[in-house]
Ligand binder design. Sequence first.
Ligand SMILES: Cc1cc2nc3c(=O)[nH]c(=O)nc-3n(C[C@H](O)[C@H](O)[C@H](O)COP(=O)(O)OP(=O)(O)OC[C@H]3O[C@@H](n4cnc5c(N)ncnc54)[C@H](O)[C@@H]3O)c2cc1C
Length: 480
Amino acid sequence: MSGSDNNLSHHRSRFPNRSEIVVVGAGAAGLAAARTLAVRRKDSNCRIRVLEASDKIGGRMFCEEIDGFHVYSGASVIHESFATTRELARELDVELHQSPKKKGGQSYAGDRFWGLYVGGSLKQTLQTLQTLFFSPQHTLADNVEFMRLFAMLRKRAKDLDFEDHTRMLDLDTEQSFAEFARANSLTRYLKQAGELDLNCFAAGSSEQVGAAYGMSLLWLWTINPKTRNHLPKQGIGTLANALVDACTSFIQVSTTVARIIIEDGRARGVVTTSGEKIEADAVICATTASTAARIIPESLGKLRAVREQVSYSSCCNVAFGLNANILADGSHAALFPPESPSFLTMVTNLAAMTPDAAPSGKSLVHALIIGEHARALFALDDGEIAGRVIEEMRRFFPAMPEHPLFARVYRWPEALCLSPGGMLRNMHDVRMRLHKCMRGLFLAGDYTRLPSLNGAVKRGVEAVEASLAYIASAEAANSR
Ligand SMILES: Cc1cc2nc3c(=O)[nH]c(=O)nc-3n(C[C@H](O)[C@H](O)[C@H](O)COP(=O)(O)OP(=O)(O)OC[C@H]3O[C@@H](n4cnc5c(N)ncnc54)[C@H](O)[C@@H]3O)c2cc1C
């Protein structure tokens, strides 16, 4: 943590020919920006400061090790289309492994779990057939709708991409995914599987998620049978920690930015909540949209779209260290559709993808609770939340112990950006306009691209390139 840099406050570009860039927020976007600046600084001669409000680094990709368990608090999965994130892992010498083709999960319907497995044992194949023919959640009509959606999305498969969403901007109408489903007679599919999948991938409902974002989430994470993930063997924490290590010396934790200073149409620095003024030649705002809208001066009506268009889901993610697996063999998740008699949405055991996330013979299980159920839990303390979740899990998983090895509660009032209909296009426009009317200020954060870890990382890298180009052109203009 760069306490030693504090004396730079009030002294803009103190070193001749040395520019200052302040990054607000040390989540995936801010860290990717800081790391890129660190790599580029030899030739760009920039001084970097990252100001992070929390005492922990990583934002929604924060990970921690607890008694040999590699616990994640938010993001856990790197999709194979996350090209920028995978490239970052390669540069940081973090080895990623493709998840096995064999995968499986269960969902709860009519008082029991039903399994769906890809490439499993004969027994699992028979269980899958049983689910398709007899589960109350699956009917022939639903499956026909699913096949229709599959065909629609396959036609646009090349455009549905976490790396470059600009090819799918035409799909980003005002429609929510629920409206899109109704307009295309896909409501049975939505009830059968789509709603639950969106609950799990966005912690939100089909009414909240935009049509284009819903299509890309469903295609990339679940509908496309070729979907694979790429993760370090101990889980995403290996990548998160390598990224933090690469830029830790620039990061000042427990430092909340109250306001970004804009003067004469240019970003001039920031003021922290403790009143410290930190001057800068460029500012990268790598927070959520709601914080960005709060700390960027109100008078800038151009940012109204950020405030009005971007919304987030809420969730509570509770991690448990256990002596044994509580889910069915070969199943990495147990899902609870909205109408099921539980406040749980999903219970996961990522061991199938990250075999070394837990010490040998032990198991790391996460319970996800979304929406109003999560918000109700936020009022309780961590011990009470863990107690309620354990009690609930014991109703459905008989092997769940009353006293796990540990429980860790992560609260996310702003969990995943829901990308409501039209947000992608609007944010695209906002970035273009901002570039012209507020020079030296660069928005990062996952909401500025297709929301995901990759969107955040990619935007962090892009914001650095844009800020360095801005500084270089300002310096060139000054020297004329
Ligand atoms: C439970 C959960 C599961 C998820 N799973 C996945 C997944 O598997 N795959 C995937 O791709 N994505 C997943 N996501 C989404 C992913 O985590 C985010 O898209 C990504 O991490 C966002 O990064 P960010 O840098 O944009 O924002 P954040 O991580 O929110 O970072 C913003 C940072 O800014 C700091 N900050 C805020 N205000 C201020 C201020 N005033 N001054 C200074 N600092 C400030 C915050 O403390 C924070 O550290 C998940 C999210 C959650 C919550």
